[in-house]
Write a protein that binds this ligand. Structure first.
Ligand SMILES: Cc1cc2nc3c(=O)[nH]c(=O)nc-3n(C[C@H](O)[C@H](O)[C@H](O)COP(=O)(O)OP(=O)(O)OC[C@H]3O[C@@H](n4cnc5c(N)ncnc54)[C@H](O)[C@@H]3O)c2cc1C
Length: 417
């Protein structure tokens, strides 16, 4: 953590303020949040700095720079985050810095490949948002996703991987053995081995009112930066998999009560038993089965939610200020265009999964079969949650990311022109 004197001033229920807090928190930049609705000091600071008419949220940097309602890119630039590639060519480029991409970066750089890792939001990916990962080898009492991400990031950079964040891949052109990545700042870079580790992004619930109130009481994922504001409040969690269980446990430490809304009869279908047991033993967590959310209500912030019992059809409206949604994700990799073959749900096919009736895809250009983890484009590999058949666990992603580097070596050995 750095820059403890960085301050963000704004309103608790403003989406822009949430986006900035989330960005800083996930990138492990320490900051002080000053809520104009709750802290007198917030208004005093704005007055003292002559910023009473400023566009909110305002970010005050330790060097005295004041940013009014900054974009995340502008904020990142001011924070000196590394967003521009130092070279135009790399042996291997990795897109996505979740566990799979971070592992690939550690192994790529430590084995002598010039390695660049490109991350659109914050290193750590989904795992970075986890309050406590308890089933990853070597951490018997669990580890927070933020700590795991920080350790992996420092390991990758220590070995010499260049990590660009926040920067997204927006396009791909393949020219023989060379791949050119287009990037969100308008620049591009080339590589011979490309590892796609873009994971999944939260699916959004199409329920009435939710989109409008996202960031203003409705949050996807754990949104840990909002946890303190939920102190002493009643929190609702939607979802029945491990991420929802972890979220409920985490919020139970701050909130007065936590209600977990579950569509099915209980948590057993999707949640690990250790988490079910922990929830059973936590007195301020209640699980409400056979229920779905049918409406989010509120003018400028979440005020109520409508719940429907899916067995009886009975509806009820309850007061709610905080709703955290954990309903799983879907792969998003439009930037790859039609460069790789995917299954019907958009997960990328690799290795043996590309064979249909033991036959290679018709435009596969090489005499050999695709390597395990290699996509339908030679030299382009897919790892972790974005890959068809992945086990959707941190350990699986780490294993695939590191394995992919071995396959990049084999690919480079056969394309050494
Ligand atoms: C709240 C939560 C708790 C979890 N708890 C556990 C647990 O306890 N144990 C466990 O084993 N698993 C857990 N999981 C699952 C685990 O986190 C995932 O399986 C794992 O993170 C997948 O890693 P990944 O690297 O494949 O993808 P992700 O973690 O999804 O990372 C993908 C990264 O790619 C980036 N990206 C996407 N598109 C682009 C682009 N175009 N350009 C640049 N970057 C891009 C994203 O911003 C993201 O950072 C949890 C998941 C969640 C959400």
């Amino acid at each position: 953590m750095k820059d403890p004197s960085l301050r963000v001033v704004g309103h608790q229920w403003a989406r822009d303020a949430h986006a900035i807090k989330d960005f800083l928190g996930r990138n492990q930049v320490a900051f002080r949040w000053l809520d104009l609705d709750r802290t007198r000091q917030a208004g005093v600071i704005l007055e003292r700095e002559g910023l009473t008419g400023a566009a909110l949220p305002v970010v005050l940097l330790p060097d005295g720079t004041v940013l009014e309602d900054p974009s995340l890119e502008a904020l990142a630039e001011h924070l000196g985050m590394h967003m521009h590639a130092e070279r135009t060519y790399y042996d291997v480029a990795i897109v996505g810095a979740g566990p799979a991409g971070l592992a690939a970066a550690v192994y790529g750089a430590s084995e002598g490949l010039s390695t660049v890792l490109i991350e659109g939001e914050a290193p750590g990916g989904q795992a970075g948002t986890s309050s406590r990962i308890e089933n990853y080898l070597g951490f018997p009492t669990g580890v927070s996703g933020a700590e795991l991400a920080e350790r992996a990031l420092s390991q990758a950079t220590r070995f010499g991987a260049e990590v660009l964040t926040p920067l997204s891949a927006t396009g791909l052109a393949i020219n023989g053995g060379y791949k050119t990545l287009e990037l969100s700042d308008g620049s591009s870079l080339s590589c011979r081995g490309l590892i796609v580790a873009t994971g999944v992004a939260y699916r959004h619930l199409p329920t009435e009112g939710l989109d409008r109130l996202t960031g203003a009481g409705v949050y996807y994922g754990a949104a840990t930066t909002e946890a303190l504001a939920a102190e002493g409040q009643h929190v609702y969690v939607v979802g029945s998999a491990n991420s929802a269980g972890q979220g409920a446990k985490y919020f139970s430490k701050f909130a007065r009560t936590v209600t977990v809304i579950v569509r099915g009869p209980d948590l057993a279908a999707h949640m690990s038993q250790y988490l079910i047991d922990q929830i059973d033993q936590t007195s301020n967590i209640e699980v409400v089965p056979h229920t779905r959310i049918t409406k989010a209500i509120g003018e400028n912030r979440l005020e109520q939610i409508e719940l429907e019992n899916n067995e009886t059809g009975e509806k009820r409206t309850v007061p709610a200020s905080f709703l955290f949604i954990f309903i799983g994700g879907a792969p998003s990799h439009d930037w790859l265009g039609d460069a790789v073959l995917c299954d019907e749900f958009g997960y990328i096919l690799t290795g043996p999964d590309l064979l249909e009736n033991n036959a290679l895809p018709h435009d596969w250009p090489l005499p050999r079969h695709p390597f395990h983890l290699e996509t339908s484009s030679p030299g382009v590999f897919a790892t972790g949650d974005v890959r068809h058949g992945s086990i959707r666990r941190v350990a699986g992603a780490v294993g695939e990311g590191s394995t992919a580097i071995q396959l990049v070596h084999r690919y480079l050995a056969e394309h050494h022109e």
